[in-house]
Design a protein around this ligand. Structure first.
Ligand SMILES: *Cc1c(COP(=O)(O)O)cnc(C)c1O
Length: 391
C-alpha cells in the first residue's frame, strides 16, 4: 500500500512536460518561480555569480520579468531596467537607495503628491533632508542646493495637475556641476514621446500602471538607468528589501507595450483637440496642456518631447464645489477616478489647497484632470458638453 502511494506521488510531482519542438508563438511565456534549479552543487554554491543579470532566485528575476526589463531598456535608451510593484515604489526605492542619513534631495513643487508625503513621512525619519523647488524658476533650485549633501534632484515632466514642463537639460547641467544625480518621472510622456536619458538624466521612473499596462488592471513601476553603477546599487537594494514583481503582471505589461504607440497617438490627438476646444469655453478659466503655447514650459516640451499623450488639466471658473460635483454627475462616458492611461476615459477633480509652496496654480480653484481613453471622440465630446452645460 505504502509503496503504491509513493509511486503515484512521484508521478504526481514529477512531470516530463510536453515537447516544445515545432511550437513557436509571439507571446512571452509566464515563468512562475521561487526556486530556480541549478545543474550541480558547484553552480549552486556559486549562485551569487549570477547577480545581477542571471537567474538565482525567483524574486530576483525570471525570463518573463527580464523580457519586460529588456523591452523597457530598449525604449528608454538605457543600459538596464528594474521592475517594482508600482510607480510610487519606483520612486521610493530609488530614493531609499541613493539617499542616506545626512543627505539632501530636491523635489519639484508640483510633483506627484505621494512623493512629498514619502519625503516627509519616510526620508525625514531616516535623517534625509529635502527641499521643494519651483520647476519654472530654477533659481529656486540653484539656491536650495547644499554643497556636498544634495545627492539627488528629482524631476517630473510635465508635473502633476498644473503640468509644468521644466528645462530638463538645464537641471541636468546644474546637477552635474554640483555632483548630484538626476531622476525623472516620465509617466506622462512614456519613452515613446520623451527619452530623459538622452537629455542627460541618470535614472528614469515610470508608472507602468498607466500607459504601458493601458487597461486599468495592473500595478507596476520601472526604473531605467543610464549607467551600470546606479543599476547595480538598486538591484542590490531590491534584493535586500525583498521586492519583486509578479510574472503575470509583466506578461500583461508586455502585451500592453505592443499597442502602446498606437494608443498614445490616438489619445494624444483626441486630447489635444479637446484642449483646443475647451480653451474657448466660458466655463473654463484655463486649459493646461503642454502642447498649447500658453502652457508653462511649452518651449521645453517643444524642444524635448516628440508628442503629447491623453492627459491634460483644466481650471474651472466655477468655485462652488457642490455645483461642480452635480455637473460631474452628468458625465456618462467619463468615469470619475484616479490612475489614468487606460482604455476608458476618466476625469478627476483636484484641489491644490495647502499643497503648494510656490505660486503656481490657484488654491481656490477646482482643477479637472482629463484622461482621454479609446471611446469615440465624438461621443466623448458630447459627454464633455453635457458637463459644461450643467455647470
Ligand atoms: C500614477 C503616477 C505615479 C504612481 O504610479 P502607481 O503605479 O499608481 O504607484 C507616479 N508618478 C506619476 C506621474 C503618476 O501619474
Amino acid at each position: 500500500m505504502a509503496d503504491h502511494v509513493f509511486e503515484q506521488s512521484t508521478l504526481c510531482v514529477h512531470r516530463t512536460g510536453a515537447s516544445t519542438e515545432g511550437f513557436r508563438s509571439f507571446s512571452t511565456p509566464v515563468y512562475r518561480a521561487s526556486t530556480i534549479v541549478f545543474p550541480n552543487a558547484q553552480s549552486y554554491r556559486d549562485r551569487s555569480l549570477q547577480f545581477p543579470d542571471g537567474y538565482s532566485y525567483g524574486l530576483m528575476g525570471t525570463p518573463t520579468t527580464r523580457s519586460l526589463e529588456e523591452q523597457l531598456t530598449r525604449l528608454a535608451g538605457g543600459v538596464r531596467s528594474v521592475l517594482v510593484p508600482s510607480g510610487q515604489a519606483a520612486i521610493s526605492v530609488l530614493m531609499l537607495t541613493l539617499l542616506a542619513h545626512g543627505d539632501h534631495v530636491l523635489i519639484p513643487d508640483s510633483v506627484y503628491p505621494p512623493v512629498k508625503e514619502f519625503a516627509e513621512a519616510v526620508l525625514q525619519r531616516y535623517g534625509v533632508a529635502f527641499d521643494i523647488y519651483d520647476p519654472m524658476n530654477l533659481q529656486s533650485l540653484r539656491s536650495s542646493i547644499r554643497v556636498g549633501r544634495t545627492k539627488l534632484i528629482w524631476i517630473e515632466a510635465p508635473c502633476s495637475t498644473t503640468m509644468e514642463v521644466c528645462d530638463i537639460r538645464e537641471i541636468v547641467s546644474i546637477a552635474k556641476e554640483r555632483g548630484a544625480l538626476t531622476g525623472c518621472d516620465n509617466t506622462w510622456a512614456t519613452s515613446i514621446f520623451c527619452k530623459p536619458i538622452s537629455l542627460g538624466v541618470d535614472v528614469v521612473a515610470e508608472a507602468l500602471t498607466k500607459y504601458v499596462g493601458g487597461h486599468s488592471d495592473l500595478l507596476l513601476g520601472a526604473l531605467s538607468f543610464a549607467s551600470m553603477g546606479v543599476y547595480l546599487q538598486v538591484r542590490e537594494q531590491l534584493a535586500n528589501l525583498g521586492i519583486g514583481v509578479s510574472p503575470d503582471d509583466c506578461s500583461l505589461a508586455l502585451r500592453g507595450i505592443e499597442t502602446m504607440s498606437v494608443r498614445l497617438a490616438h489619445v494624444g490627438s483626441t486630447a489635444l483637440d479637446f484642449a483646443l476646444r475647451l480653451k474657448d469655453r466660458p466655463e473654463i478659466a484655463r486649459v493646461i496642456h503642454p502642447a498649447l503655447p500658453e502652457s508653462p514650459g511649452h518651449e521645453y516640451w517643444k524642444r524635448d518631447f516628440q508628442g503629447s499623450t491623453g492627459v491634460f488639466s483644466v481650471q474651472l471658473q466655477m468655485q462652488d464645489t457642490a455645483q461642480i460635483d452635480r455637473a460631474l454627475g452628468r458625465l456618462g462616458l467619463f468615469a470619475i477616478g484616479a490612475s489614468w492611461g487606460g482604455t476608458r476615459s476618466l476625469v478627476a477633480p483636484m484641489s491644490l489647497d495647502g499643497q503648494r509652496s510656490f505660486g503656481a496654480g490657484s488654491c481656490n480653484s477646482t482643477y479637472l484632470r482629463f484622461s482621454v481613453g479609446l471611446e469615440s471622440p465624438l461621443d466623448l465630446w458630447r459627454d464633455i458638453e453635457q458637463f459644461l452645460s450643467a455647470l
